[in-house]
Ligand binder design. Structure first.
Ligand code: C5P
Ligand code: MG
Length: 205
């Protein structure tokens, strides 16, 4: 396991700087992307969405395109070598001294181990934001998004698969970080500004 072999980190006065990372997790359709956009505008974060990076990679016709497409359609988690490599490259492009929101990652044990193996020397994880929302509302939001997103997995059938992946795999990662007292749990039920208020209360910026 592992991802990429690039070694560049930010430097300041000759001292190597590590990226400051906030993981952003929650079930599909819970509003991760929406809230990340607000944190970019208001709190000076740089936002990287693992799902967006995978969709971009899929669209380039690279050697991993077909695999990514198949995994996304099934709501399964792509092997970390692919995802982590895309994240690292994107972080390096932005400059490693930034504070990053990494949205939709780590989604399972494989993601977490791959990150630890390759990224611990490049980045410090400072907190994990967990948006909590009922499946009913997540499905409502996904079906609303489906009207414009064009995403192959924004439909009821794929959403059910993604809910299962979330419950069976991602919740374990959240529990792991809860054990380390790193999780900031946010009620994602209300409107965009209500959720942002809940988020700000306890967010490390
Ligand atoms: O986060 P988002 O809902 O955009 O993710 C869409 C899909 O991308 C996931 O259901 C999964 O198939 C894939 N993905 C992944 N590994 C991640 C993040 C997303 O395989 N860490
Ligand atoms: Mg998203």
């Amino acid at each position: 396991m592992g991802c990429g072999n690039t070694t560049s980190t930010g430097t300041k006065d000759g001292v190597t700087e590590k990226a400051r990372v906030t993981f952003v997790l929650g079930g599909p359709g819970c509003g991760k992307g929406t809230q990340c956009s607000l944190m970019v505008e208001r709190d000076d974060f740089v936002h990287l969405s693992a799902g967006d990076l995978l969709r971009e990679e899929q669209a380039t016709d690279s050697k991993d395109s077909k695999l990514i497409k198949d995994y996304i359609k099934e709501g399964k988690i792509v092997p970390v070598e692919i995802t982590c490599n895309l994240i690292l490259k994107a972080m390096q492009k932005k400059g490693m001294s930034k504070k990053f929101l990494i949205d939709g990652f780590p989604r399972n044990e494989d993601n977490l181990q791959g990150w630890n193996k390759v990224m611990n020397k490049h980045a410090n994880v400072v907190q994990v934001v967990f948006f909590e929302l009922s499946e009913d509302i997540m499905l409502e939001r996904i079906m609303k998004r489906a009207e414009t997103s064009g995403r192959a997995d924004d439909n009821k059938e794929a959403a059910e698969k993604r809910f299962n992946t979330f419950k069976n795999e991602t919740m374990k990662v959240i529990k792991h970080f809860e054990g380390k007292k790193m999780v900031h749990k946010v009620d994602a039920t209300g409107g965009i500004e209500d959720v942002y208020e809940n988020l700000k209360d306890g967010l490390i910026v």
